[in-house]
Ligand binder design. Structure first.
Ligand SMILES: Nc1nc2c(c(=O)[nH]1)N[C@H]1C(S)=C(S)[C@@H](COP(=O)(O)O)O[C@H]1N2
Ligand SMILES: [Mo]
Length: 300
């Protein structure tokens, strides 16, 4: 069950570095109160992380299964069936199977994570997710030592998905992470936001959130998680490999071939608000060691 979003801890209670390093202790200290807000290392930036409104988060979406337009998901996604929900966990795991979602989440406490979401198109939001660390879910299945990547797949329900009918992309939508990215403590499976279950347009009942990567890596409405040895296919990378790399880490210094990635427009910032600078790794600099020795222009 997702925790209710409260202000028992405020931004002022969270020290940037310490917040990340001692997060478990902070969560434990707050545990008795039943809720905690973790702003994470984001506060290392001068920017205060003011979440977008529920209306913004539920009304301006990318979920191509329901169409191209930012309003299409909110218009059409309610028809998607989300109960019961089973996730196939397969590949290089000790305990493969078709898991009811509740079984995968059993015993794991949903935490609040207030993250920036930076879309590759150049807009962004701040979203107070509720979710669990993906690593904890992977551990339930038991990851075998040969596994090097994690592959994800979204549900396909053609009869209620106009974008699938129109074949705007090849479906099912698929994504992937390197295993160390998947196991990073910032990587979560979100089941709610603002303390409420996810709206279907946001990827109910469970979606990935990888806050240092462009939004398209954060695959919605997941029905399959596979542990694999080779780099798995990823929908936008397959669609246009010269524009969308497998890694797709937010990087203000590596432009999209058709536009700059140096700045972004924060949704809700107002019609005349100026664009703000995009931060390396979307502000989550602690992931940098994952890419040590890699050329981030080549591995974009
Ligand atoms: N299955 C699926 N997942 C998806 C997408 C999609 O089209 N289909 N769009 C991605 C993109 S481009 C972004 S920016 C985020 C948007 O998430 P939000 O609508 O919850 O803000 O979802 C990502 N996950
Ligand atoms: Mo996106």
């Amino acid at each position: 069950m997702a925790r209710r979003w409260t202000n028992d801890l405020t931004w002022a209670d969270v020290t940037p570095r310490a917040a990340f390093l001692n997060r478990r202790q902070i969560m434990a200290a707050a545990g008795g109160l039943g809720a905690a807000t973790w702003a994470g290392p984001a506060l290392a930036q001068e920017e205060a992380l003011e979440p977008n409104s529920l209306e913004e988060i539920r009304g301006y979406n990318n979920f191509y299964e329901f169409g191209y337009d930012k309003g299409d998901p909110a218009r059409h996604a309610d028809a998607m069936a989300t109960e019961p929900w089973t996730i196939k966990v397969d590949g290089l795991v000790d305990r493969p199977g078709d898991y009811p979602l509740a079984d995968l989440l059993a015993g794991l406490e949903a935490e609040e994570r207030i993250y920036r979401l930076r879309c590759v198109e150049g807009w962004s939001m701040v979203i107070p997710w509720n979710g669990v660390e993906l690593a904890d879910v992977l551990d339930k299945a038991g990851v075998r030592p040969e596994a090097r990547f994690v592959a994800f797949e979204t549900t396909v329900q053609p009869e209620v998905m106009p974008g699938v009918q129109a074949r705007v992309l090849d479906f099912p939508y698929v994504e992937g992470l390197r295993l160390d990215e998947a196991r990073h403590p910032l990587t979560i499976l979100a089941t709610g936001l603002y303390g409420e279950p996810l709206a279907k347009q946001n990827g109910a009942p469970v979606r990935l959130v990888v806050p240092w990567k462009y939004g398209f890596k954060s695959i919605k409405s997941i029905v399959r998680i596979s542990l694999v040895e080779e780099q798995p296919p990823a929908t936008w990378n397959l669609t246009n490999p010269s524009e969308y790399g497998f890694y797709s880490n937010v990087n203000p210094e590596v432009d999209h071939p058709r536009w700059s990635q140096a700045t972004e427009r924060r949704i809700g910032g107002g019609l005349f608000s100026s664009r703000q600078p995009t931060l390396m790794f979307n502000g989550y600099a602690e992931v940098a060691p994952l890419y040590e020795g890699m050329d981030l222009r080549e591995n974009f």
